[in-house]
Design a binder for this molecule. Structure first.
Ligand code: URA
Length: 310
């Protein structure tokens, strides 16, 4: 189906002009395979046939979390088979009942590799059909530092920004920067919140800072290297708080920037806060508390997936 047909049917079209057709079209015609190197699979591997019906891509930092999510989704779908890609050196991948679960490691450099290879995989799996690609839902589920929120609050992001509150960008060599629109679709964030209303889980919507570093770009005073004073740290935290930032993590601005670039209409980020950064830097919650905090973002994701995919 072409872009015009998708538009005529009221479905948002992808930004076809931003898709790297010079490389990707040859994968569809069989001129060459696409090697998703970090996932240890290529487009001509028969295992990918099992992923064709993918309707959602769920990302998380840790491989163990991905394995747990896939088992939970399988249990919810009469024990549906879980397909695992054998390479787990970089990212852990599981496919089960229409959902591809994949880890992305920590930080935007690592997660950008996972996201770019998965975007290429979606292009291949959906035969380059913009209508079919636009129906794939993406979400990152993770942990974060809260801004003015206690540990255990789930934040659904409305916009990913960098530490200067500007959108995601990368160096374009010495000649400037590539800028990306790193907003998250508000209607999806609202629907995620609605799917967990009444669950008792504290949920907030707001902007999210994606730091390139856990310590320096998050204004911590407990790193091996510290460039801030207690005063400059609080000045930054109070500024971002006043500007509507509710949490700080390390991937969201890139995730939203890349998915918007191709025009995916449906994606989200759901992160539990582990601490309130206005009160400290170190994560001091107990193991059990951290488990229960993390469980909440998983519950919010599953409530939404169940409401939308069944
Ligand atoms: N992840 C982050 O990036 N920052 C925090 O403070 C907690 C989790």
């Amino acid at each position: 189906m072409g872009i015009r047909l998708a538009q005529a049917q009221g479905r948002p079209a992808m930004h076809d002009e931003n898709i790297n057709h010079s490389f990707l079209d040859g994968v569809l015609t069989g001129e060459h395979a696409d090697v998703y190197y970090h996932f240890g699979v290529a487009s001509d591997d028969p295992v990918l046939e099992e992923f064709r019906d993918v309707r959602a891509i769920i990302l998380a930092g840790s491989g163990d979390r991905i394995d747990d999510f896939a088992r939970r989704w399988s249990a919810q779908h009469d024990g549906a088979a879980i397909v695992a890609l054998p390479k787990e050196e970089r990212f852990v991948t599981r496919y089960c009942a229409g959902v591809l679960f994949a880890s992305h490691g920590m930080g935007m450099p690592s997660a950008s590799i996972a996201v770019q290879e998965l975007m290429r995989m979606v292009f291949f799996l959906k035969g380059g059909d913009p209508g079919a690609m636009s129906e794939v839902f993406w979400a990152r589920v993770g942990t974060s530092g809260g801004v003015g929120l206690p540990g255990g609050t789930v934040v659904v992001s409305t916009q990913g920004v960098m530490a200067d509150l500007k959108p995601y960008r990368l160096l374009q060599g010495g000649s400037g920067e590539y800028w990306f629109d790193s907003t998250f679709p508000r209607s999806v964030a609202d629907a995620i919140e609605a799917a967990s209303r009444g669950s008792g889980i504290p949920i907030e919507l707001g902007r999210t800072v994606a730091g390139n570093e856990f310590f320096l770009e998050q204004f911590r005073l407990d790193g091996a290297i510290c460039m801030e004073t207690p005063e400059s740290k609080m000045e930054w935290l109070e500024w971002i708080n006043a500007e509507g930032v509710r949490n700080i993590e390390m991937e969201g601005a890139m995730l939203a920037g890349y998915l918007n670039h191709w025009g995916f209409p449906s994606f989200a980020m759901i992160c539990t806060t582990l601490l309130n950064r206005l009160e400290g830097d170190q994560v001091t919650a107990s193991h059990d508390e951290l488990d229960s905090f993390s469980e909440r973002s998983g519950d919010v994701l599953f409530n939404y997936l169940t409401a939308t995919l069944g």
